[in-house]
Design a protein around this ligand. Structure first.
Ligand code: CO
Length: 470
């Protein structure tokens, strides 16, 4: 029990998910994680975020790892700590909308394999896209945390956030997250926002921000003083830059105050010691680029998340149009306005970013339009806070009639068909979900897995043949 008047801050550790997603393109392997799990389990973290977001795709695609196997191994190691994942509402961990049966089954399997807290967000803040996942989590007695995708713009007033928070609470969320993926929330704004939300809802409030613009630690401090219950931090070797503020620093900041969480700084130092050589290796190999470690004030000017900035650079490099970078940055807010001023977070960040690149590189706005831009302007990702630019919409989708219902209402159940399609590869129920989200990438992985297993079987057979010559 907390002493009278004390309100120890709760910390969610992100080193096993967002931190490496933000700094090293999500390339931390399960093998790199497991040796330190035992120590991390002793800290007393509120939760460890370790799954979902881009980790699922990256595990299958680049690391040739089964993400479900990773989750089970982490669950086995973390005996006392809650495990958290990031979930993109009706997009699950992919980039499109899926049928409700897939969303429900994914939530069920995530919880069954060891997740405690599912952080659910929608890139347009369309609450209809959150409902299926929240209901599924509640049905399985999981903790559904719903996130507001924080952004700036005329429509995003304190009233807007207050109304959304109330909707989220009445939807059945067990906690609320302010998800500031671009590091746009400045310290005094945080005081105002957290104070407003604390008055509006009773559920705990978690603040998630990134250091991209250099204000994150101060923002956490003001938020905690205003009543924020949980903050997200990363162990120092994978902190700062486009990642979160450092865990050790925030723990020390609140020591001796009513917010003191009492974590053992010696234990944290040992954990940091473990991650430091991994950071050094990443710096040496170039996987961690010093560019993402500094302060990028452009993120405040253009309101572009850190990950999106590096995507734009690589898209322009591929097109040999590096010199167009500034023009593209200026085009991003214009496209965002045309598209109803959505927050910029996966997948809306990719859609707006790619369209901005095309608008600049082709020399004519909306001369070339991506399939995703058309879908967005057809209402297929949901409702934006502001209306679309009618002229732009007409130029992009012609006379097609946009939808106004919840997009998933138009998607037939998918699971049975998907299972039939991939049954030759199925070794566990969860494989159906890997395939549902990333059919090509999952198939490649299944082939790789089978080849590995054949190799192992062969070497066992060889050993047996040697042991028992016939
Ligand atoms: Co984040």
């Amino acid at each position: 029990m907390a002493e009278q008047g004390k309100k120890p801050i709760k910390i969610t550790e992100t080193v096993l998910r967002d931190a490496h997603q933000s700094l090293i393109a999500t390339r931390m392997t399960t093998e790199q994680m497991l040796p330190i799990v035992d120590k991390m389990d002793k800290v007393g973290y509120h939760a460890v975020e370790c799954w979902g977001g881009a980790t699922f795709d990256a595990s299958l695609r680049f690391l040739k790892e089964d993400p479900w196997e990773r989750l089970r191994k982490l669950r086995a190691g973390f005996k006392n700590t809650k495990l958290q994942m990031l979930f993109r509402g009706q997009n699950i961990l992919g980039y499109n909308h899926y049928a409700d049966d897939v969303v429900e089954y994914f939530v069920q399997k995530s919880l069954a394999n060891g997740i405690d807290i599912i952080r659910i967000f929608d890139c347009l803040n369309d609450v209809r896209n959150l409902e299926t996942a929240v209901n599924a989590a509640n049905k399985e007695n999981g903790h559904a945390q719903v996130a507001l995708s924080y952004t700036l713009g005329d429509a995003y007033t304190m009233n807007y956030w207050r109304d959304m928070a109330k909707k989220i609470e009445s939807m059945g969320a067990k906690s609320l997250c302010i998800k500031d993926m671009a590091g746009l929330l400045t310290p005094y704004k945080a005081t105002e926002l957290v104070t407003t939300l604390k008055k509006a809802v009773k559920i705990p409030i978690d603040l998630h921000t990134h250091y991209t613009s250099g204000v994150a630690s101060m923002t956490y401090m003001k938020a905690v003083e205003a009543g924020c219950d949980i903050i997200d931090t990363a162990m120092s070797p994978f902190a700062m830059g486009t990642s979160q503020p450092a865990t050790e620093v925030l723990v020390e900041t609140f020591r001796g105050t009513k917010y003191d969480c009492g974590y053992d700084q010696k234990l944290l130092a040992e954990i940091a010691e473990y991650f430091r050589p991994i950071r050094e290796d990443c710096l040496k190999s170039g996987l961690m680029n010093t560019k993402v470690l500094g302060v990028n004030i452009k993120t405040l000017m253009y309101q572009v998340p850190g990950g999106m900035l590096s995507n734009l650079v690589s898209q322009l490099n591929d097109m040999h149009a590096e010199d167009k970078f500034e023009q593209v940055l200026e085009e991003v807010p214009r496209v965002r306005k045309d598209f109803g001023e959505p927050p910029l977070v996966t997948p809306s960040s990719q859609i707006v970013g790619t369209q901005a690149v095309l608008n600049v590189v082709t020399g004519e706005r909306y001369k070339m339009v991506t399939k995703e831009s058309k879908k967005l302007l057809s209402g297929e990702f949901g409702q934006t806070v502001k209306p679309f630019n009618k002229e732009v919409q007409k130029k992009c989708i012609g006379d097609a009639k946009p939808i106004t219902c919840r997009p998933a209402d138009l998607i037939e159940p998918q699971l049975a068909k998907i299972e039939e399609e991939m049954k030759q590869w199925k070794q566990q129920d969860e494989d159906v979900l890997s395939y549902a989200l990333f059919p090509q990438v999952a198939t490649e992985f299944f082939k790789y897995r089978q080849a590995q297993q054949t190799k192992v079987d062969q070497s066992i057979a060889d050993t047996e043949n040697k042991a028992y010559p016939v």
